[in-house]
Design a protein around this ligand. Structure first.
Ligand code: ADP
Ligand code: MG
Length: 641
């Protein structure tokens, strides 16, 4: 029903390429973190120390209770010589409170430092990854963009790069904090009372098993959520970019239903996640409070009746209080480990996609000693050129051979889909031929520096693209320094000056997104001016005047004749009259050159060209039977690429 193909189930290329990077996250740190070693060192140190220092107040509390309040154990603070310490309870209390304040302030300060350092690191790396990825995308060949949906590329640059934030800023930070706190607590517990520590740590394996179970349940749900978000985005993107088609075919409710469906499925999977999560945390909490209760009872009996069973060491009130406080502190990190593992998996998937893009082969690039072209004559030869868009498909053009003298005007005609556009796209190396060679002034195209080659070519594509911005910005797109006079001159040659001056703001008129505020013919003329202003050595016009009326076309042709006189020009003709005066006309059919010659020569041959001509001038109602299997309709609106 909609014109856009349904892409929901198409696998992302970036997911198929996962094998490329087996250790994506270490690789990320290695490639992007190496420069920031000092920053990472500060961040690591602060993340490790801050939780350990925050454990000190609880220990000091134990000293307060046992040595100051109850005075059952001698006053002693580790690492501080006894001679420095006061002997009276009141000053002792003050010293301990002072130490508690110092520990709290230090731990808070360290927390600030780690937040600052990780945040700085995360933002900087994201910036580099983002710009790297964008640069890479710019270098990729057109074939890449034929295969990938814009939405998917965007989601790497946005979602995946943003996903790094949580990884870089929080993952290591929290992992280290949790680890340091957990080990720190265990160490304090054993230091305080190793026998009770064994009992206090009993719930740890239980919680660990529960966490594992939770993660194994929730992870596939998260995968599901991610997938459904992708589907939803793809649907929205697809129908928005085709909004004009949607409206023309009154498919609004169809599209709305599809989005509704996708959104509903997302709701369902998210709801599964939530119900699982909210039942898990209370379960963890119950275990946690149970262990707290057991500790109170066992500890209480221990204090009241002495060591139970085979235990030997007496227990003080302060130690029990410290144990109970630590008990509350070490179960919550275990719960967070679950979150961290999730975060890791999310980020891993993103990093894999980022590296898949980074590792993507740039097929079309400069050879090592690429020639730089200074003076171009414009001699072009195609030698037995065959090209397929997909290796397993029929060739789009096959066995194409011809030679063009410098400055010649070459007309290309043939039915829709016969390969005209494809043939010209090989010249700026949008694609490389699979077989055969193309030469410019005797040099194989692949030996020429790509920027030199492309800047020598003025290319007006079949569906010219305008950027949102003004008319003059669009004309001067690749040459921002040109003067207004040059812009106007180029516009005159492209037959655009008249209509531009008639626009409300003239050359400063905003053209809208993709140039929607202009007609097809106006867009084409601006595109011609954009090619002219670069003063190219070769000019390719792909049905460049197909949306322009006959009269205007004649005007443009006259102007272009002078301009193209000393430039090799390829003109794909929409109307055969466009190429009537060409030095040579190549007639394509089904990817092959079937006729070649001047207009007169071709008419005389009485082949495909002469029949096309007769149809266009009205001598023939339709093509004779021999040509009927071909869709020859040069004047029909052209829906080919
Ligand atoms: P023409 O310009 O003569 O109408 P094209 O060169 O655009 O013809 O197309 C030639 C053939 O190549 C057609 O069969 C078309 O479907 C196919 N084709 C064109 N562009 C692509 C592409 N980007 N990917 C795959 N096939 C393509
Ligand atoms: Mg075409």
């Amino acid at each position: 029903m909609t014109a856009d193909k349904d892409t929901d189930d198409e696998p992302l290329l970036f997911e198929q390429d996962q094998a490329a990077t087996s250790w994506p996250i270490p690789r990320l740190f290695q490639e992007y973190g190496a420069e920031y070693k000092p920053l990472i060192a500060v961040a690591l140190g602060a993340s490790l120390l801050s939780p350990v220092v925050s454990l000190l107040p609880t220990y000091l509390l134990k000293v307060v209770i046992d040595s100051v309040f109850l005075q059952t154990t001698p006053f002693h603070v580790p690492f501080v010589p006894a001679s420095w310490m006061p002997t009276q309870p009141w000053p002792q209390l003050l010293v301990l409170v002072g130490l508690i304040v110092v520990a709290a302030v230090t731990s808070t300060g360290l927390g600030w430092i780690s937040g600052w350092a990780w945040g700085r690191f995360a933002q900087t790396v994201q910036h580099i990854v983002r710009t790297d990825a964008y640069e890479k995308i710019q270098q990729l060949g057109i074939a890449f963009f034929d295969d990938q949906q814009t939405g998917q590329i965007l989601s790497i640059l946005n979602d995946d790069v943003n996903e790094l934030n949580r990884l870089l800023e929080r993952f290591l930070d929290e992992l280290l904090r949790i680890g340091a706190r957990f080990i720190g607590i265990a160490a304090f517990l054993f230091y305080l009372h190793w026998q009770l520590a064994i009992i206090a740590l009993l719930p740890v394996p239980v919680l660990a098993v529960m966490s594992r179970w939770f993660i194994s349940r929730i992870r596939p749900m998260y995968d599901d959520v991610r997938q459904r978000v992708g589907v939803l985005n793809a649907r929205i993107e697809n129908s928005l970019s085709g909004i004009r088609v949607v409206k023309a075919y009154t498919a609004e409710s169809f599209e709305a239903n599809r989005v509704d469906d996708a959104s509903k499925q997302l709701l369902d999977t998210r709801w599964d996640v939530i119900t699982t999560r909210i039942s898990f945390f209370p379960a963890m909490n119950v275990v946690n409070w149970l262990s707290f209760g057991v500790l109170v009872i066992v500890g209480g009996l221990w204090i009241l009746n002495g060591p139970p069973l085979f235990f030997t060491e007496p227990l003080s009130v302060g130690t029990l209080v410290a144990f109970l406080t630590y008990n509350r502190q070490f179960t919550s990190p275990l719960i967070q480990v679950g979150h961290l593992i999730d975060l890791y998996h999310d980020a891993r998937a993103s990093v894999i996609r980022i590296f898949a893009l980074k590792d993507y082969d740039i097929e079309i690039k400069d050879q090592e000693n690429a020639l730089s072209l200074v003076d171009i004559d414009g001699n072009v030869t195609y030698e037995d050129v065959t090209f397929r868009y997909d290796s397993d498909e029929e060739p789009a053009i096959e066995g194409i051979s011809f030679e063009v003298e410098p400055g010649a005007f070459v007309g290309l005609v043939g039915p829709t889909g016969s390969g005209k556009t494809t043939l010209t796209k090989l010249l700026p190396r949008f694609y490389d031929p699979d077989e055969g060679a193309i030469r410019l002034d005797g040099h194989d195209l692949s030996s020429i520096a790509l920027t030199d080659l492309r800047s020598a070519i003025g290319y007006v594509s079949q569906e010219p693209f305008l950027f949102s911005g003004t008319v003059s910005e669009n004309i001067a797109y690749s040459t921002p320094d040109v003067s207004r006079a040059e812009i106007e001159q180029a516009a005159r040659m492209g037959g655009a000056h008249e209509f531009i001056t008639a626009l409300a703001d003239g050359y400063e008129t905003e053209v809208g997104e993709r140039g929607v505020k202009l007609s097809g013919g106006q867009r084409q003329r601006i595109a011609i001016a954009r090619a002219i202003i670069t003063d190219p050595d070769l000019l390719i016009l792909d049905e460049a005047t197909s949306h322009v009326d006959n009269e205007t076309e004649v005007l443009i042709q006259t102007a272009l004749r002078e301009f193209s006189a000393d430039r090799t020009t390829f003109a794909i003709a929409h109307r055969l009259s466009t190429v009537r005066n060409a030095d040579t006309i190549l007639v394509l059919d089904d990817g092959e050159i079937v006729e070649q010659g001047t207009h007169e020569e071709l008419l005389e041959r009485d082949g495909l060209y002469s029949n096309l001509w007769k149809v266009q001038v009205g001598e023939l109602e339709e093509l004779p039977d021999t040509f009927l299997e071909q869709t020859v309709d040069a004047d029909a609106p052209n829906f080919s690429r």
